[in-house]
Design a protein around this ligand. Sequence first.
Ligand SMILES: Cc1cc2nc3c(=O)[nH]c(=O)nc-3n(C[C@H](O)[C@H](O)[C@H](O)COP(=O)(O)OP(=O)(O)OC[C@H]3O[C@@H](n4cnc5c(N)ncnc54)[C@H](O)[C@@H]3O)c2cc1C
Length: 396
Amino acid sequence: MIPVVVVGAGPVGLSAALGLRARGLPVVVLEADPQDRERPGSRALFVHRETLALLDAMLPGLAAEITAYGRTWQTKRTLYRGREVYARTFPPPSGPPPFTSLRQVDTERFLRAACERAGVEFVWDAQVTDVRTTAHGVSLTCADGRRWSCGYAVAADGARSAVRRGLGIAMDGVEGEGFHVVVDVADVPGAELPLERVFHYEHPGVGGRSVMRVPFTGGFQVDLQCRDDDAQEEYGTEEAVRRWLPAVVGEAGGEGYGERILWVSTYRFLRKVAASFTDRYGRVLLAGEAAHLFPPFGARGMNSGVADAAAAADAVATGTKEAVARFAEVRRAAALFNSSAAGTALDHLRPRRRIVRVKQRAAAALAPVLPWCGSWLEHAPYGPRHGAPAVAGRKY
Ligand SMILES: Cc1cc2nc3c(=O)[nH]c(=O)nc-3n(C[C@H](O)[C@H](O)[C@H](O)COP(=O)(O)OP(=O)(O)OC[C@H]3O[C@@H](n4cnc5c(N)ncnc54)[C@H](O)[C@@H]3O)c2cc1C
């Protein structure tokens, strides 16, 4: 019997596998996709300092490798209807940077190479369709009939987790109206945009929709927050993006940014947390999007998934029912905190009450004389910054 199987080779499954190898456990990763798959773009960019520290503890040197590739900027800027209300340039960090920004496909590339170096075994084209647990272990069945028996399984098989469904664990939460469009665009060589994060409330160039621009290595991501009654075809197709993108980032000259679009995704506002992060025997541990879905404000998705993965590896290495129960309790409490923090950000960004918009307008008007108003407009879109009470001293 294999000690541990990880289901899913996304960033969370890869981190869990790495964490388990760091504790000397043999690990098999079952992944539904083929080995040469293309992963979707326009997803998580930020890898936060805490996440880098967790990854470095799994494989020393990995954080430096990721940070050397990613980008960290010092300038943050906020505009309101075309007018700047906040701009701050921080001194370069003296120690580890507070975050690094790179496309999720690149983060996964580093994680996968690290797993290979650490001796993780991968089985591709292995779609898990059934799971059974007993007090002694887990049995997993793949679509092609192959079966795997293991002491523990980490379910990191994403938002539609077959393992979670197989265990009959419900996802509780809410699904908001509307969507946003996330676009990855490659830089125009020699005409790169300034290295800064820009949030623009009610951008006049896109009919008053809010929009954020975030740099990553090789380009930038634009996040357009559509209205509840917007049609996806009007904003969320590549053709539609070519129409509205110049109003947000300007023309790059020559062929323009429209020809440099790398990926377009649309993203719905789900806030859901699994009713339990483990099965009744404490043999399967849910991690990442298999366990929780948040809107991306505050970059909680992938970062908290890596924290789940690290905690799952700890619990499995301890190997007691109590350790798994503690993992499930702590990481579920952290997920509920993250869900509520993302909800606070969402209430700010998609106000249900007119008073919120009025407050934002007033803060924008007062920002030139009352800097804290500009600071509030700058920070509110990402939700509260203090840590989750369940994981003292940690953000996720
Ligand atoms: C448009 C978009 C924008 C986003 N923006 C951000 C952001 O700005 N910040 C942020 O932090 N997060 C963001 N996220 C979320 C982030 O991408 C996820 O948190 C992250 O991918 C979750 O990782 P995961 O490993 O849990 O799941 P996934 O990345 O979904 O990986 C799951 C893996 O499991 C495999 N799998 C699925 N089913 C099975 C099965 N039955 N058997 C075997 N393998 C299986 C899949 O093929 C996949 O490889 C965004 C997501 C989207 C879609």
